[in-house]
Ligand binder design. Structure first.
Ligand SMILES: Nc1ncnc2c1ncn2[C@@H]1O[C@H](COP(=O)(O)OP(=O)(O)OC[C@H]2O[C@@H]([n+]3cccc(C(=O)O)c3)[C@H](O)[C@@H]2O)[C@@H](O)[C@H]1O
Ligand SMILES: Nc1ncnc2c1ncn2[C@@H]1O[C@H](COP(=O)(O)OP(=O)(O)OP(=O)(O)O)[C@@H](O)[C@H]1O
Ligand SMILES: NC(=O)CC[C@H](N)C(=O)O
Length: 534
């Protein structure tokens, strides 16, 4: 018995395209002698389809495409994930396709409804096991969160399963694979059967699915590990109910995994939404430099335009370093002087602002001129503007609405400043693309003379640590102070977090790489009287 895993990149709503991809993998798996093909959770419609699942027409379309796909499946058994409506109940389902027919259908038991998941909003819980027999061995079929809880695996075991086949759409966040190993080992410890785990790969709005499908035997030992962040057709030879150890690739970790996630997130957002290319403002600072490197690695230099827009406060080294970086990467580059526009706007406003001191108003004007120019180029060329704000800035609101926040996709919005530096250094170690001075000079918004970020913010190592405690670990203020941070710093950061909610709500979507990003899994009210920072 040979089992194939289709670790495929599905596109939400592309029912015909996803079905064609599954049929192609089934054909290739059959040609290489596989008896069964395991595909990802909701692979037919892509994951997560969100409120498409509230539309009857969507279920009908999925049913039609599933039946057509079943007819194309001959000489191999294929497990396909799809939404399934029975009467008034909607299920997250997996069907067994064989010899032109749908021979059985499983309904997911455990519906995740935390962090980025909303499955209770759409689906009814299944309660039955689904076991198929092949080559004298009974295979239990379950779906993703099912294997994170006891119920469904126990039901499958009770129904005679000797091996679990798991269809997954498990999104990436930093170190997620270690958590998956731990969770699945715990399940195997309870039920004592091998687990064959097939995961989705690719980007879908803020989510990136890393693939990294794997197999563990009945003792929880890894027998197969497939690559992360790329499509894979993997094979697992079985001897009875035991997987025979096979391919064990290294899964990328640490900086490499975050960098790959950012690249896949950008690539799939741009390609799946059919943009011809991207552009961004290149300032000579670290954030736009890292964003540019990711964009080029994700899309190729020919798809990327960098625009330097000097103001009266732009240092010559910022221009020199930008010129050097675009040469290193071979991307198209323009310089647009914003001084005349800045002067013109200030002149227009002068009668109203007479006698008032210069403040953030003038700083924001510069950011907004740049945003306006980038959006104009986007409109004219059809390319999408990448914004360059990092998570530390998104945390405290250190960014300008309709200024540097103007754009379509926020590449590093879940990457703290500390990690921006780590990723920049890591990328340069793979091949020098970011001029060293961009990494070593103190960060500055260059919106007034001699400005540095530390004029208005606590040092980034302190800010990032407090942010991680409060945002990512949900810790209270006393708990954070206990970790050794000054109470004044903690109170200041928490207040800034609360006050920046309205900005985050207007920020573009961007890649989630932590287990709590500022997207689907951060839902705070903007209008709020509750305070924990006093
Ligand atoms: N609750 C709420 N709901 C809706 N809107 C709300 C609001 N509270 C304020 N506002 C409005 O928001 C506006 C203020 O926000 P905004 O105009 O963005 O400006 P603001 O936050 O006042 O200033 C931007 C800050 O970001 C810094 N910055 C800017 C650009 C780049 C960088 C960098 O280094 O990357 C840093 C800059 O130095 C300054 O400290 C006002 O119009 C105000 O009325
Ligand atoms: N002179 C400039 N030319 C082009 N774009 C700029 C310029 N200055 C700022 N920007 C754009 O606005 C964003 C915000 O930059 P700013 O310099 O204010 O702060 P930052 O967060 O330190 O970013 P960076 O590290 O990229 O400089 C930049 O990443 C860049 O996209
Ligand atoms: N799609 C799901 O059911 C995901 C569940 C699980 N918590 C995971 O991230 O892998």
């Amino acid at each position: 018995m040979k089992i194939a895993i289709a670790q495929i990149n599905c596109t939400v709503g592309d029912l015909a395209g996803n079905a064609a991809r599954i049929a192609d993998y089934a054909q290739r798996a059959k040609a290489q002698g596989a008896d069964l093909l395991l595909t990802p959770e909701l692979g037919l419609c892509g994951y997560p389809p969100e409120d498409l699942l509230l539309r009857d027409g969507f279920y009908h379309a999925c049913d039609t495409v599933l039946r057509e796909l079943a007819q194309r499946v001959q000489g191999i058994t294929v497990l396909v994930g799809h939404p399934h409506k029975v009467g008034k109940s909607c299920y997250n389902a997996a069907s067994v396709l064989r010899d032109g027919a749908i021979v059985s259908t499983y309904h997911k038991h455990s519906l995740p409804n935390h962090s980025v998941f909303d499955e209770e909003r759409y689906f009814t819980h299944g309660n039955e096991a689904c076991v198929i027999e092949m080559g004298g061995v009974k295979y239990g079929i379950i779906i993703c969160a099912d294997v994170w809880h006891e119920h469904a695996p126990f039901r499958a075991r009770e129904a005679g399963a000797q091996v679990l086949l798991v269809l997954n759409a498990s999104p990436y966040h930093f170190d997620k694979q270690a958590t998956r190993y731990e969770t699945i080992r715990e399940r195997i410890g309870e039920i004592g059967v091998p687990v064959i785990y097939a995961n989705l790969v690719g980007g879908q709005d803020e989510l990136v699915f890393d693939g990294a499908s794997f197999v563990m035997d009945e003792d929880g030992e890894l027998t197969h590990q497939f690559h992360a962040f790329e499509e894979v057709l993997g094979f697992v030879e079985m001897q009875g109910s035991k997987p025979i150890p096979g391919v064990c690739e290294n899964v990328v970790k640490d900086e490499a995994s975050i960098y790959r996630a950012l690249c896949v997130g950008v690539r799939d957002y741009i390609q799946k939404n059919r943009f011809p290319g991207v552009l961004l403002g290149l300032s000579g600072g670290i954030d736009s430099a890292l964003t540019l490197a990711v964009a080029v690695d994700a899309l190729g230099a020919d798809k990327v335009l960098a625009v330097m827009m000097p103001s009266p406060y732009t240092a010559q080294i910022s221009i020199d370093d930008s010129r050097e970086m675009v040469k290193l990467l071979g991307v198209r580059y323009e310089e647009l002087d914003i001084v005349p526009t800045f002067d013109a706007l200030q002149q227009t406003l002068a009668p109203m602002f007479q006698g008032l001191p210069a403040d953030t108003t003038e700083e924001n004007l510069q950011a907004r001129i740049r945003g306006t120019l980038l959006m104009a180029i986007s409109n004219k060329t059809g390319s999408l503007v990448l914004t360059t704000g990092n998570k530390s800035e998104m945390t405290v609101g250190y960014c300008t609405l309709y200024g540097d926040m103007a754009g379509g996709f926020a590449v590093i919005k879940d990457v703290s400043k500390t990690w921006v530096y780590r990723l920049a250094r890591w990328r340069n170690a793979q091949g020098h693309v970011i001029p060293e001075r961009i990494i070593t000079r103190p960060p500055s918004a260059e919106l007034r003379p001699d400005q540095t970020d530390q004029d208005s913010l606590p040092p980034y190592d302190v800010l990032d640590a407090i942010m991680a405690c409060y945002v990512e670990k949900n810790m209270s203020i006393p708990q954070i102070v206990e970790q050794g941070y000054a109470e004044a710093d903690v109170l200041r950061v928490v207040k800034l977090i609360r006050m920046a909610e309205y900005k985050r709500r207007q920020a573009p979507v961007g890649v989630r790489i932590t287990d709590r990003g500022f997207g689907k899994d951060w839902r705070y009210p903007i209008t709020v009287r509750y305070r924990d920072d006093f």
